[in-house]
Design a protein around this ligand. Structure first.
Ligand code: ADP
Ligand code: MG
Length: 287
């Protein structure tokens, strides 16, 4: 690994956290689909650049973010974007508290403020699902300024040096809006593909140590076909989701494999022709 990454890992992992924050340090386990991707993301993080992970559902974006946080042993605060996301859910809100018979107004810090102040990671999932007017609050947080004027308290907050932002976007997925340009421009962007071949096999071995080799080979072959048909435009991206594949394997360790594939992969697709194609492909490998 690059020296600047190693230095930061050893420096950051020496930090100690209260129990509550310690519980926000996730497990790792992301497998890089090629020799460079994982390390390139780490370099960007070390350089204090916000990173954007672009990829279809179940390609490991969340797992990658968790693995980065685990690598640096830093807690993660997460935000799930939706049209309901507002400034309060990002920054926090004022509340009335009673102490010793007296009434105070207190500001409860939201995930952005907590992560900035304490030098944790901020994970922003489905960042393109937020309303266009919500996220500009974060522009000064995401560029070289790394600061924020909290509109609720007028306080100026400068980010801790270990603070980092990792965002994810499900690009191309039906129903998603493209990401605003000014926002997108602040990120270093990475395409996260579905893992395949030897890497996928290693991951299956890790995740399902007791898997029978016949089932493993069937699922690897099916996964190849699904990815190919996504490329050919006959199946939508999610058909090749690693999450769905793993769900199918888990079920298939107990029930009929075709039914497992039906429930975990085929039924998730909208289009009847696509559902049928998944089952047809499965039947070519599973007798
Ligand atoms: N490259 C990978 N390395 C490790 N696990 C992966 C990888 N790709 C997918 N997975 C697994 O697939 C499932 C879905 O991954 P997740 O990170 O939730 O996907 P996403 O956030 O892109 O929808 C998880 O169980 C995850 O561990
Ligand atoms: Mg995710």
């Amino acid at each position: 690994m690059l020296k600047i990454i190693e230095e930061q890992i050893s420096q950051r992992s020496q930090r100690t956290y209260a129990e509550e924050d310690q519980s926000l340090i996730p497990e790792g386990g992301y497998k890089s689909p090629d020799a460079h991707l994982y390390e390139d993301v780490l370099v960007s993080v070390v350089l204090q650049k916000p990173v954007l992970l672009k990829g279809p559902s179940g390609s490991g974006k969340t797992k990658l973010a968790e693995t980065i946080a685990n690598q640096f042993q830093q807690p993660v605060h997460s935000i799930n974007c939706s049209v309901d996301l507002d400034a309060e859910s990002l920054l926090g809100f004022k509340t009335v508290v009673q102490k010793d018979g007296q009434t105070f107004i207190e500001f409860v810090e939201g995930p952005v403020v907590q992560a900035m102040r304490q030098g944790h990671f901020l994970y922003i999932d489905e960042i393109n699902m937020a309303k266009a007017e919500t996220l500009p609050i974060l522009h000064s947080v995401l560029d070289y300024r790394r600061m924020l004027t909290n509109p609720f308290t007028n306080e100026v907050i400068h980010a801790h040096p270990d603070f980092g932002v990792i965002a994810a976007i499900n690009e191309g997925y039906v129903g998603t809006t493209p990401m605003n340009e000014a926002l997108k421009n602040r990120f270093i962007s990475f395409s996260i593909p579905y893992i395949s071949g030897e890497q996928l096999e290693l991951l299956i071995d890790e995740r399902f140590p007791a898997i029978q080799s016949q089932l493993k080979n069937q699922m690897l072959s099916l996964s190849n076909d699904l990815r190919q048909q996504v490329k050919n435009g006959l199946l939508s991206d999610e058909a090749a989701s690693i999450r769905s594949l793993f769900d199918a394997i888990e079920l298939a360790e107990h029930i009929d494999t075709i039914r497992a594939i039906q429930y975990a992969i085929a039924e998730k697709l909208e289009d009847q022709t696509e559902k049928n194609l998944v089952i047809e492909l499965a039947k070519t490998w599973i007798g």
